[in-house]
Design a protein around this ligand. Structure first.
Ligand code: XIL
Length: 341
């Protein structure tokens, strides 16, 4: 019998996993119960799933995950109230069904902005009110920084129509509906990159100065066995801690390939690759443990290699980014993490 992953981290932070509702039964659910004490929905709490049309909320799939977590004393993260993708088109259409981004008349643009912010406010309040007693950590906005876009702000429909007001509205509504105890996060990938990190830092600082209630930064941490240096990940967390914010690792996985590499290990992943992965995971977790005071939770984007978004992204190939293999057996990386000092 192997040790429990989350129990090994009881003195540090909760350990979580992203799941789909169907994984709350069967073999996968046993693995989850043993090894994680936090869950996040991989897809079913995204705007398009939970709020597919203006007057339609779909709670059933999301509720399955909440229910399973409660039955097993697991905490929850909410992912995600706002995103530029996996969001219904209906948000961004005016009363005539015309895309708001196409509007050129200034008065109509202003009216559209108001309408979109009202829709957002309603979206956030409805969802937060429903789950505020069950879900402790909330990704309020996801991936709003894009260094290649003007001002470093992702040129999403949200941004094109409202500027940064959507961010402010979402956080304020979440705090008002959820109260002081829930933790509100701005979540992004590539936060180890200094350029992107500083853009995020400037945005967060500006928001905090305006009294916008942001509690923490979520670092997705989709990394590879080659990149980035663990020191850069930690440095980014320290930077946000300077602002009085907490940090969470929200979507951890570790690809076997470099970002621009298009090779495929197919059926046989070389042992030295899995051992390199274990070494990297060990190094990462030793650094996370050493910085536990500025880290709230560490969540993997999946639990075992049989189910990972990376097997289709950026190309279809064999990926094995997690601590358990496709047969749900502990990998060298599992032992490295459990043994980390
Ligand atoms: C991914 C899911 O894992 C996939 O199943 C889905 O098809 C696309 O989204 N960053 C995020 C997550 O914030 O929401 C993404 O999840 C992975 C990258």
């Amino acid at each position: 019998d192997i040790p429990s992953l989350y129990e090994a981290f009881n003195d540090y932070f909760p350990i979580g996993a992203a799941i789909e509702p169907f994984q709350t039964s069967g073999l996968k659910s046993d693995l989850l119960k043993k090894h994680v004490n936090m869950l996040v929905a991989e897809n079913v709490m995204k705007p398009a799933s939970i709020h597919p049309a203006e007057d339609t909320y779909r709670w059933e799939e999301a509720d399955k995950i909440v229910q399973f977590a409660k039955e097993n004393n697991m905490q929850l993260r909410f992912h995600t109230l706002v995103w530029h993708t996996q969001v219904g088109d209906w948000f961004f259409k005016d009363a005539e069904g015309k895309p708001m981004v196409d509007e050129t008349d200034p008065a109509k643009r202003e009216a559209n902005k108001k309408l979109l912010l009202e829709r957002l406010d309603d979206h956030v309040r409805t969802i937060v009110s429903r789950y505020k007693d069950d879900i402790i950590s909330w990704d309020v906005v996801n991936e709003v920084i894009e260094p290649r876009d003007p001002h470093g702000m992702r040129a999403s429909e949200w941004y094109q129509i409202t500027g940064t007001d959507y961010i402010e509205t979402a956080f304020r509504a979440a705090r008002e509906a959820g109260g002081p105890d829930i933790k509100l996060y701005i979540n992004d990938y590539g936060t180890d990159d200094i350029t992107k990190r500083e853009m995020l830092y400037d945005l967060v600082k500006e928001m905090l100065d305006k009294g916008v209630p942001i509690d923490g930064v979520g670092h997705q941490t989709h990394i590879s066995i080659h990149w980035p240096p663990v020191a850069d990940i930690i440095e980014s967390m320290e930077r946000f801690a300077e602002l009085g914010l907490v940090n969470s690792v929200t979507e951890l996985d570790m690809s076997l390939y470099a970002w621009d590499d298009r090779s495929d290990f197919g059926e046989s992943i070389p042992e030295e690759v899995l051992s390199k992965q274990a070494d990297r995971y060990r190094e990462l977790f030793e650094a996370l443990k050493a910085n536990k005071d500025i880290i709230n939770e560490v969540v993997f984007w999946g639990i075992a290699d049989d189910h990972t978004w990376l097997s289709g992204f950026p190309v279809k190939r064999t990926e094995a980014p997690l601590l358990f293999d496709k047969y749900l057996h502990a990998k060298p990386a599992f032992w490295a993490v459990v043994d980390s000092k």
